[in-house]
Design a protein around this ligand. Structure first.
Ligand code: F6P
Length: 439
């Protein structure tokens, strides 16, 4: 999905905003709050009134998400209900906050007592691995929000869908919460499809976890703000190091395989960055090296932020993939470090380059206050959605509202920076960089 408001792409792709339901919601909620969310409340996908007017003039429906929130009627009777939680893929700040929120909401809002924490991602649903589930209670999750990582453990990679559903059936699990990114959601979609094929009343609800912030139709995944704030601290360090010496260069590599959101946002957060390199905007080495030389001549120091997926075309690598099937980028940070050192040596212009790769430090931190609160509300809304009988969906956030996003919509493509959009244009304004694209 681009940042452009394209009117036809949803129609063309045949994608729907309709959320699957397991059946009629018949049980009254036990929640005692005044503010329940009516089933027909929706959040518009388009916020530009010009686009809304055009759609209406053309007699088209306005695409919109279901609004998330607690419903008056539940599909599941909370008595005797069993839920499961699984965390998959790379770490991200705030996973434990989401686990905690789900457990507390199930227990205190709905009175659900039995909650299984499946260990080490989807492996935990395959008995052969021998990872026994843990019983999650409010006491067990009380303090976990202060911890980075995931108390359940994680893994990458596909598992046999039929066997995972067998496990859910064998354990008597009625709701499975899957906390993960694109690959996890694809797995969750496959599990939901197998459940539908077997005609089982089991809900599958995702919570968007990826510091790459690349899930389509969701403005922000939890942990992204923490990651950006921490990346900013690292960039500040790189800037101080670069300033302290003659022709100093601070080179920081950040995560972001296909989407450079952390690099772009942290470059805006610390607007000392002179070059921000992201996967979405290819560049030529000669233009980059010449712009770097000009910067050093003019100011005596430079700060470069590079997302791990940037500049892959420069390294001529083959197609290697991780267990999730994601393309594994070559190390652009080490590559640039060497290219820069060699280039300036060749020019007889010595530089003092400090290379910093904080990737795993950033993603394994506990969440900051913003992401703890965000994770809590995503977790609560995941529980509300599940209890109402929604399935095959992920909780989202759009135009300052919590939403229900069908999994097929969320996984149809990765969200990337639009090189013509507001974000990238402001990165260009903040850095002043002008790099030539490859021919
Ligand atoms: O989960 C996304 C992510 O953090 C990416 O930014 C990164 O490329 C990838 O995971 C690396 O994860 P790992 O080294 O655990 O496979």
């Amino acid at each position: 999905m681009s940042e452009n408001e394209d009117l036809t792409f949803l129609d063309d792709l045949g994608l729907s905003f309709a959320v699957d339901r397991l059946g009629q919601a018949r049980y009254p909620t036990p929640m005692r709050i005044g503010c329940l969310t009516p089933d027909d409340e929706r959040i518009l996908y388009h916020s530009d009134p010009v686009i809304v007017r055009r759609l209406l003039d053309e007699g088209r429906d306005l695409p919109s998400f279901e609004r998330a929130g607690p419903r008056e009627r539940l599909f599941f009777d909370p008595r005797g209900l069993r839920a499961g939680i699984v965390t998959c893929g790379g770490l991200c700040p705030g996973i434990n906050d989401v686990i905690r929120a789900i457990v507390l909401s199930l227990h205190f809002h709905y009175g659900v007592e039995a909650i299984d924490g499946f260990r080490y991602g989807y492996e935990g649903l395959i008995p052969d691995y021998g990872h026994k589930p843990v019983a999650l209670t409010p006491a067990r999750v009380e303090m976990i929000g202060n911890l980075g990582g995931t108390v359940l453990g994680t893994s990458r990679g596909k598992q046999d869908v039929g066997r995972m559903v067998d496990t859910l059936q064998a354990h008597g699990v009625h709701i499975l919460f899957t906390i993960g990114g694109d690959g996890t959601l694809r797995g969750a979609g496959a599990i939901a499809a197998e459940i539908a094929r077997r005609g089982l009343p089991i809900a599958i609800i995702g919570v968007p976890k990826t510091i790459d912030n690349d899930i389509a139709f969701i403005e922000r995944s939890f942990g992204f703000v923490t990651a950006t704030a921490e990346a900013r601290r690292v960039i500040e360090g790189a800037h101080s190091e670069a300033l302290a010496v003659h022709n100093g260069i601070g080179l920081v590599k950040l995560m972001g395989r296909e989407s450079g959101f952390i690099a772009a946002h942290s470059s805006l957060a610390d607007s000392q960055v002179n070059f921000c390199l992201v996967p979405e905007v290819p560049f030529t080495l000669p233009s980059f090296l010449e712009a770097l030389r000009e910067r050093l001549v003019a100011r005596g120091h430079a700060v470069i932020v590079v997302a791990e997926g940037a500049g892959q075309h420069l390294m001529g690598r083959g197609d290697t993939r991780d267990a999730s099937g994601n393309a594994k980028p070559g190390d652009i940070g080490l590559f640039l470090r060497q290219v820069i050192i060699d280039h300036f040596e060749g020019l007889g212009m010595p530089v003092n380059l400090k290379y910093i790769d904080p990737s795993y430090i950033i993603r394994s931190l506990p969440a900051n206050a913003y992401d703890s609160a965000y994770g809590l509300l995503l977790g609560y809304n995941a529980v509300h959605a599940a209890m109402s009988g929604r399935t095959n969906m992920v909780v989202g956030y759009w135009n300052n509202e919590y939403t229900h996003v069908p999994i097929p919509l969320a996984v149809h493509e990765r969200k990337t920076i639009n090189p013509q959009g507001w974000l990238w244009n402001n990165v260009l304004l903040a850095t002043g960089q002008r790099l030539a694209p490859p021919a």
